[in-house]
Design a protein around this ligand. Structure first.
Ligand code: NAP
Length: 319
């Protein structure tokens, strides 16, 4: 039987019923859809606005196994989609506006449609926080990056800047020293937030230097990053610094606002899951960066998606 049924809601609005809906179409959601489709659940994926997730914004992904020459981020997303669809997954370009997880089946509203679903996989991802300064958006992918693992290689022998003082900034800064000639870490305070071990490793690395008490106020460049405008928050002094790249690591925000008050989250808004991808609501699973404050890699998100789909299949069999 098909995963879709039309239900009548008070005899008025038509509600589309699904066995399994996947919210979000990045690596986690598309891998979940593939596994659910192969379990003959004909999952419906609501892709939101960004098909392929953050990975689709990455020029080349060189650390996803199976692609020894690398693969374009957008191309990998398309391949994931094609593979899921081959087994019966259906994809709608629609954004979820509201969910009600207090009743069964669960209710999912998009701006124009209402669905009910026996089970849900939430894979809405996370977005890196932006500095929101002039030039940042225009030069993203042209020297401004939010992923050292993805883009570090392009800065072989170049000078780059990392913004942030947390574990991510230092860890990614250290990673960038494999490629870059110099890595300048710019932090807005005089004290780093990162843990002691990372701080020591960064301070001992001859390629890394620190510029403290300083914020970046603009990215300068036409077709590529050429320089940064800086402001020293202690002295009030403004300056300009030449650089080839700007890596911004000032935290991530998971796209989980829709589920606030319904799903258990940590203090940063990441959905709390157990090792089987269960949320606190039976029948609702979460995967990928919406539920992962640690790894944020295509392969780990896809793995969580596969696990969530396997667990959702068990749940639907048992209920
Ligand atoms: P984070 O700990 O929240 O650090 C963000 C950094 O960015 C802070 O230094 C913060 O400055 C700075 N920042 C925030 N907004 C800014 C702005 N608008 N302009 C300039 N600077 C700004 O984020 P994270 O480093 O991504 O780490 C997230 C979590 O993952 C943490 O719990 C971390 O421990 C964990 N993590 C662990 C590891 C590891 O253990 N190896 C690696 C990566 C991440 P302030 O310090 O002034 O607030």
């Amino acid at each position: 039987m098909n995963g879709v049924q039309e239900l009548k809601n008070n005899g008025e609005n038509s509600v589309q019923h699904e066995k399994l809906m996947v919210i979000g179409a990045g690596p986690a959601g598309l891998a979940a859809a593939l596994y659910a489709a192969r379990a003959e659940l004909q999952p419906l994926i609501l892709s939101g606005l960004q098909l392929g997730g953050q990975a689709s914004l990455t020029h080349t992904i060189e650390n996803y196994p199976g692609f020894p020459e690398g693969v374009g981020g957008a191309e990998l997303g398309e391949l994931f989609q094609k593979q899921a669809e081959r087994f019966g997954a259906r994809l709608e370009f629609d954004s979820v506006d509201k969910v009600d997880l207090s009743q069964r089946p669960f209710i999912v509203n998009t701006y124009g449609k209402q669905y009910s679903a026996d089970s849900l996989i939430i894979s809405t991802g996370a977005n890196p926080n932006l500095l929101n300064i002039p030039g940042e958006k225009e030069l993203t992918g042209k020297g401004v990056s939010y992923c050292a693992t993805c883009d570090g290689w392009f800065f072989k022998g170049k000078d780059v800047v990392v913004v942030g003082g947390g574990d991510s900034a230092l860890e990614e800064g250290l990673f960038l020293t494999r490629f870059a000639n110099t890595v300048t870490i710019i932090h807005r305070r005089d004290e780093l937030r990162a843990g002691a071990i990372l701080q020591r490793r960064a301070q001992e690395n001859p390629k890394i230097k620190f510029v403290l008490n300083t914020v970046v106020t603009a990215v300068v460049g036409e077709k590529a990053v050429q320089a940064l405008k800086l402001h020293n928050v202690k002295t009030g002094e403004d300056s300009q610094m030449a650089t080839d790249g700007l890596f911004i690591f000032i935290g991530h925000t998971p796209n989980t606002q829709l589920f606030k008050g319904q799903l258990t989250m940590d203090d940063k808004g990441f959905i709390v899951v157990d090792t089987l991808m269960h949320t606190n609501v039976p029948g609702v699973f979460a995967a990928g960066e919406a539920a992962d404050p640690h790894y944020r890699q295509v392969i780990t998100s896809a793995g969580m998606g596969a696990a969530a789909a396997i667990q959702a299949t068990h749940y639907l069999e048992e209920n």
